[in-house]
Design a binder for this molecule. Structure first.
Ligand SMILES: Cc1cc2nc3c(=O)[nH]c(=O)nc-3n(C[C@H](O)[C@H](O)[C@H](O)COP(=O)(O)O)c2cc1C
Length: 198
């Protein structure tokens, strides 16, 4: 079959894309509001896009009522955020933190998620995350009327030394990251294979 994307509604495009493109990595993004309230939410439209400068991107889509998600509001205000990576042990609480809480409520407090102060940015990191990238806002690129791509330049990273391999970089097996697939399905990274570069 062929899907003519010129003829389908956004909801259907979402269904085809979200259930086909995967597994997607998950950015667990911590931010701080203008009044100092912490916020935490997962985003699976997420990728590393550049190493010079070192830049990550993720994509907050507006709420159904057209308002911006708290994460974007906070980033536009403070110009800083932390991308925490999600290991299997954190997957349940990561999912909980996707609940739409009022702007004045912190997911860290609501779900008793431990935070640790960051080194170079004001939003804290998730204490249990093995890797956390502290970012300053590089750019926000609007796509259509309800989507914004947020680019963040990494200024510092926390890395739990327990996940490092012999070469000093993270070992995928020790990181035990999860990925988002279609519907409510996630992927673990316990089954892996190597391919030598040709
Ligand atoms: C695994 C996972 C991935 C998600 N990915 C996205 C995403 O890429 N973009 C998005 O707008 N919302 C995504 N969401 C939904 C947001 O996490 C949710 O709307 C959250 O309430 C936003 O929080 P905030 O308003 O505090 O920013 C995802 C949820 C889950 C559980």
């Amino acid at each position: 079959m062929v899907i003519d994307f010129a003829k389908i509604e956004q909801r259907e495009a979402y269904g085809w894309m979200i259930n086909s493109v995967g597994p997607r990595p998950i950015a667990w993004v911590s931010t701080l509001s203008a009044s100092g309230i912490t916020n935490l939410a997962p985003f699976s439209f997420f990728q590393a896009v550049s190493t010079n400068p070192p830049v990550l991107m993720f994509v907050p889509v507006n709420n159904r009522d057209g308002t911006k998600k708290d994460t974007l509001v906070n980033i536009e205000s403070r110009k800083q955020f932390v991308v925490n990576l999600v290991s299997f042990k954190d997957s349940q609480v990561m999912n909980q933190s996707s609940m739409a809480l009022p702007h004045e409520e912190s997911e860290f407090e609501a779900f008793k998620i431990h935070s640790t102060p960051s080194l170079k940015v004001s939003p804290p990191r998730v204490s249990s995350a093995a890797v956390a990238f502290e970012c300053v806002l590089h750019d926000v690129y609007p796509v259509g009327s309800n989507t914004n791509v947020v680019f963040g330049r990494i200024v510092s990273a926390y890395v739990d030394e327990a996940v490092l391999a012999g070469d000093g970089f993270p070992d995928p097996a020790k990181l035990d990251l999860v990925g988002r697939m279609g519907r409510d399905t996630y992927a673990r990274t316990t089954e892996r294979f190597d391919l030598g570069r040709p």
